[in-house]
Design a protein around this ligand. Sequence first.
Ligand code: SF4
Length: 486
Amino acid sequence: MVTTRVTLGGGDGRDPIDDRPNEECGVLGISTPHGDGVAQMAFFGLFALQHRGQEAAGIAVSDGRRARVHKDEGLVANVFTGDTLAPLTGYHAIGHTRYSTTGSNAVRNIQPFLVETMHGPLAVAHNGNLVNASTLRDELLARGFGLTATSDTEVFTLMLAASGGRTWEERLERTAPAWKGAFSLVLLTADQVIAVRDPWGFRPLSVGRLPQGGHAIASETCALVTLGCTEISEVAPGEIVSLRGAEIERHQALAPARPARCTFEFVYFSRPDSVWDGHNVHHVRQRLGEELATESGVDADVVVPVPDSSIPAAVGFSRASGIPFNDGLIKNRYIGRTFIEPTQDMRERGVALKFNALAENLQGRRVVMIDDSLVRGTTAGPLVRLLREAGATEVHLRITCPPITHACHFGVDMGHDGDLMASRKTIEEMREFIGADSLAFLSLDGMMRAVGSADGAGYCNACFTGEYPIPVGDAQAKLSFEGVLA
Ligand code: SF4
């Protein structure tokens, strides 16, 4: 099955009416002692991680001897049917939802990667981005390996397959110190699932006990809750977790580094019902709104969120400012996934394809519009115009994070530094470009107070500050490996 996702204009292939950093990927691992419906469980776990990647999905299953994989482009519900799940029988499974952070969205880059090694089958699924993938690829090529894909996940797979060591855990411990960057990784071998999180802890990863026995690992706790897991805990940065039927083994395998959790998981990426670093994402977003109201209050009649991710922050802003909350924009959640080309006339209407304004809630009102981020600035202007056309007399834009001035090299696609509006314009220039009556961003201090880390310790804020937790000189642009395999 090959499907095409329509982007509504934009020569760079990005959707100009969705000015968000693009989600990274979601990973999942399951090991059970009984093997009942392990692929179905992986399917529903991936379903809960759909927000982390909508370009492709895959599940690999092992029955203790042989591993099989099914993967394809599209949403989880499109890729898997009863017929495609039926052959995926076994005791252990890993799964992946993909947004292409390194390598294009070509079919060859869809995960899990499955290879046969001298130690048996090995499948790998990965969330994050290595900043030294280019160097590691060159080393593999110099050692005589052929590369078939352009994503850095193949680098993990081949390095592990070629590594010495008695067990997969030993091979992982020997190999992982060479990996610089973000990796929340799940491996499937013949008889177990192994997970490892990079020593900086950029991307989330949690583990829980399944109600019917065995364990599951997932990028976000929301997927574990969907599977009915209890005893949910975070996989620590640098920790290796091995699941084999009912057994679980955990050990701190990689030398600890200065922790650098991605703050953007709280601002935008993670599902609001997930818990990370001990904080419920929804509550953090409400606090982001409260901090924003305290820092940048404004005289207005109604607080309106840009749905959906800004709703909790708008509630927080309303609570702290005393300005009533109301819906002003209704989002069509499915338009970005349409497979039908819009007409030119519809393309030109751009944002109206995705949002409708609720005129009854806006007419004659001074509006505070809450949004979670401003990346290229392509959506904010049309949304402000939409509110004005619906009768708003003033539109004040408030953003629940600081200006994004630097590209992410750890698994989030924001484009290059030059694509970012805040790297080229002052706040007043941005306000003028967007056409808002006022524009304010949450400060770094305010954001970190909302996250619960007063001094920012333990978090990566590089896209706001340019202070990368690890050197990124070797980091490659998303498509830099494409040339030779185009
Ligand atoms: S640079 Fe920004 S998006 Fe990337 S890991 Fe750091 S905080 Fe997250």
